[in-house]
Each structure stands twice: as C-alpha cells, then as structure tokens.
Design a protein around this ligand. Structure first.
Ligand code: TRP
Length: 393
C-alpha cells in the first residue's frame, strides 16, 4: 500500500516555535526522508471557520502567513502538496455522506470536542458546524487515502473517530475504498507541547506568550530575556530548579551539542549546563543569552527565507493554487468511488440509465403480457356467451 501523509493546521495566526518543534520540523524531516509516496499539508480554513465564522478576514489573512511559514521552514512544494481546504468542494460532499454514519452521542463523547467547547465557552449553543468538525476532518484524511497523520496527541480522538467512520463505511457498503489512518505522534516529550514564554501550559496567541517564526531577531531576544525561569533562583550562587523552568524546556527542544563549542564552551553539553544550574553559580541571564543564541541559529535561516518569499507573493500564491488543484483531483477520485459505493453515481457511465430502462421495459412487457391475457380471456368469454345465446334460439 502506498504510504500517504496528510496533516494540517487551522489558519488562525502566524505559526510560532511551538508549531516548529511540535510539527513543522518533523514534517520537513518526513518530506526529505523519502519514506513516503505522497505528502499533503492542508491549510484547514473551513475548519478554522467553524469557530471563526464571524471573523472570516482573520482566516483569509492567515492563509498566506501560514503558507509562508511552511515554505520558510523548508516545506518544498516539489515534494509536498500544500492545499486550501475550502477550495475543494469534494471534501464537503464527503462530510455530508459520512455524517450519516456518525451518531450525535458519538460526537458528544469526542474528548477534544468536549475540551474545545469548554474553552470557547459555547455552553449550550454549540454551532453545528463546530460540533461536527471531526466528521469533516475524517473527510480531509480519507479523501487523500492518508495512511499516516502526523499530529499532536490532542488529535488522537479525531483519528480514532476517522478510523471508525472508515470501518463503518467499508462494512456497510461492502467495499475497501477508505483507508484507516494511523496517527504519528511527535517523537519526544519536549516536542509535545512547548509552554509559553510565561511558563504557562501552552503557547497561545491569546495569552501573548508566543515566539513567532516571523519575529525579528531583536523581538526574539527581548522575549527570551524576559522568560519565566525558577522564581526562587534569586542570586547567581543559589541552586536552581529545572522542573517548570521554561528556559531549560526550550533548550531541551532546540539545543544541539555543537552549539556549546560556539556559545558556551565551558560546557560540553546540555547536561553539564543543567548540573551547574542545579548546583548553583549559574545565573539566569547567562542561560537566557545562550538560549537566545540557540534560537537565533534555528530562526535565522527561516527569517531569511521568509524575507525572500515576502518579496514574491505571486510565487506563494501559485504554490497554493497548484497544490489545491492537484489535491482536488485526488479528492475527486475518492469521491467518485464513494458515490459508486453508496450507489449515487447516476450520471457516471450509462449503468444506471441502462438498468432503469431495462427495469421499465420489463415492467411494460409484463403489463402488456397481462393485457393480452385479459383480452384473450374476455374474447373467450364473449365467444362462450355468443355460443350459449345461439343455443337458446
Ligand atoms: N484539527 C487540526 C488542528 O486543530 C487541524 C486539521 C484539520 C488536521 N484537518 C486535519 C490535522 C487533518 C490533521 C489532519 O490542529
């Protein structure tokens, strides 16, 4: 079986370094590994609209930002198809048919939907579109026959629900059209969920605790220098704590041994630096300066690429347009099969026309034959009557 990746993001903001360690870096590795036959990355604008329908301008603007972020990080449109979800109507149609196979109770049990409904304060007035987005995501994944969905653990319930839809569909319609996908989780803990610069659980725009891939160098430095560390580490000589210390969490995610020779040659690796911090005698400012250097090493090439791309927006536009067109062809092939399986392919080929013509012709023939029988019977009766009448005379 062909190995096909589908993954995606909601375009509700520029991408930050949490996205980078959590998914972008991995996608580029997967793209360049040569292990996959096909890689698709979806900008899920229709899904973003399920809770931003009253702010379509935000979604529209961020599609370009996210596309530039992808390309800046090394997503190569020769190897990876970047597509815009809403421009592929086949996905909407699949969603509508899959909705037949999912119960309201099953959607209500989806833990990610539950959490998100709570976070957004929808209360009892959950928009139907939002409530049913797991079905739409199943359409996204299955339309491309994805075998592999690289995503965070918050997406596990979505993939599980997709697998259920696939199994129901193939069983009910007696086919093997749809492919059951597997989730591919980030490889290590540090990549799972990068905390914000304030040490809060998650990097998020509304908390104002993000370092964006598109932040200028000075902005990154400013954010790093004011990061949350160990609140009890007041003087340099005090012993420091690593747990919950955001600066070290970031180093876990970004640091490579070779950075020490250049930026902190007194240590051979991160462990030695951590040991010193825990012992006491290593100040926060020094660690932050080191982290700033590490981040700049990572972000500088991305910023450079971004600057080039920003000067050539028509190029990015073409990448999106071509990617979406190529993706639509793939989705259309799956939809054709789905329509066939669900017996709603009336106008493809003449099978339906011929079968209906035949059915009605047979019906007519049967009716005609019945008519003939009735007429013969009547004629026979008339003859009988006539004979009987002649006998009486
Ligand atoms: N739900 C995903 C998120 O919130 C985005 C997404 C949409 C997605 N369609 C997808 C992810 C398909 C993987 C596969 O991040």
């Amino acid at each position: 079986m062909r190995k096909i990746i589908l993954t995606g993001d909601r375009p509700t903001g520029r991408l930050h370094i949490g996205h980078y360690v959590g998914s972008l870096r991995r996608r580029v590795e997967l793209q360049n590994s040569g292990e996959f036959d096909e890689i698709n990355i979806m900008i899920a604008d229709a899904q973003a609209l399920t809770d931003n329908f009253d702010n379509p301008g935000k979604v529209r603007e961020n599609i370009m930002e996210v596309a530039i972020d992808y390309l800046s990080c090394g997503i190569d449109p020769e190897k990876t198809t970047i597509l815009i979800q809403s421009q592929i109507p086949e996905l909407t149609e699949l969603t509508f048919y899959y909705a037949d196979l999912v119960t309201v109770a099953r959607l209500q049990r989806n833990p990610t939907v539950k959490t998100e409904v709570g976070m957004r304060g929808f209360g009892a007035s959950i928009p139907v579109g939002f409530f049913t987005y797991p079905i739409s995501q199943a359409a996204d994944i299955t339309a491309f026959r994805a075998t592999t969905v690289p995503a965070g653990e918050d997406q596990e319930p979505m993939i599980e629900q997709t697998r259920e839809i696939v199994r129901s569909f193939n069983r009910i319609y007696g086919c093997d059209t749809l492919v059951e996908p597997e989730i591919m989780l980030p490889p290590n803990q540090a990549s799972m969920r990068l905390p914000g610069t304030d040490g809060k659980e998650k990097m998020s725009k509304s908390l104002g605790n993000c370092i964006y891939l598109s932040d200028p160098a000075a902005e990154v430095k400013k954010k790093v220098m004011s990061m949350y560390t160990d609140p009890d580490h007041l003087r340099v000589e005090d012993p420091g704590k690593l747990e919950g210390n955001t600066v070290f969490t970031y180093l876990d995610a970004f640091c490579r041994d070779e950075y020490f020779a250049e930026y902190a040659p007194e240590y051979a690796n991160l462990q030695e630096m951590k040991d010193h911090y825990v012992r006491g005698g290593l100040g926060d400012v020094k660690v932050k300066k080191f982290l700033n250097n590490v981040l700049q090493e990572t972000l500088e090439p991305i910023r450079k690429k971004r600057a080039e791309l920003e000067k050539d927006i028509p190029y990015v536009y073409e990448v999106l347009r071509k990617g979406t067109a190529a993706a639509e062809e793939k989705a259309a092939r799956t939809l054709d099969e789905v329509r066939h399986d669900m017996m709603i392919d009336y106008f493809s080929g003449d099978e339906w026309l011929v079968s209906q013509e035949k059915k009605f012709a047979e019906k007519r023939a049967a009716a005609d034959a019945a008519d003939v029988r009735v007429q013969r019977q009547r004629a026979a009766e008339a003859r009988k009557k006539a004979k009987a009448g002649a006998g009486q005379n």
